[in-house]
Design a protein around this ligand. Sequence first.
Ligand code: BT5
Length: 252
Amino acid sequence: PAVEFGLEAPFEIEYRDAVGSTNDRARELADEGAADVVVLADEQTGSRGRLDREWSAPSGGVWLSPVLRPDLPPAHVPALTLAAAVATTDAAREAGVEAEIKWPNDVLVAADGPDETDRGGRKLAGILTEMEGEADRVSWVVVGVGVNANVAAADLPAGATSVEEEVGRIDRRAFVQRLLERFDALRSDPEAAVEAWRDRSATLGQRVRVETPKGDVVGEAVDIDFPGALVVETDDGERVRVHAGDCEHLRP
Ligand code: BT5
């Protein structure tokens, strides 16, 4: 059962010690008509990344999924994912971690060396947004945020890091409070979310390869466009807007 988490958050919190996936629980609540509720767990036993990839969520993390009912067309929902990435980055920075965002939604700790493993930085957090709705208006959106907070790197996959690993253990209540307050401020202002994302980007200015359903796009990441498309300038000077895909930072 959910217990009191003791937060002054701008959302109602349903806290659980362990859950399969906070996104799955949030979707259940969404189907029951909930809004502005955040499912928060210490541990997840069946959490998911994008494209049905596995997500490791051991005890000590910040695993949370807000249920939202925004007055938005589905095409604008990517801005909510960017808002969550910005909120996570700001909460991590406040905790002393030099976080930045890899398009579209990976929060990384800045790369700090020529080592291959530092290529693109170590992953601190990821976001999985799911939604349901009509063509012109969403019914609900769940923005699942997973942050490796008080977790040992040994309990995470290769290439991952945690707040604990970078700066030591933190007060997770304060971290969640900060993250949700920031997210709350940005969710009603998608344009501001895109601006804030631009300021925290690890991707802009980099040479990238983006794997998309229509094939790879290689070139320089030159901008992000509302509501979250990456603008890539390819080697023949063409500007391509990429809406979704996996992005790899390439060394020049
Ligand atoms: C993501 O997927 O980065 C989205 C992760 C979303 C997780 C949250 S936790 C709360 C909510 N409930 C859920 O069930 N999910 C959300 P993607 O970009 O596809 O990255 C997945 C890849 O990251 C995996 O294939 C691994 O390589 C790597 N990975 C898995 N667990 C990780 C972790 N804890 N930290 C860093 N990297 C991880």
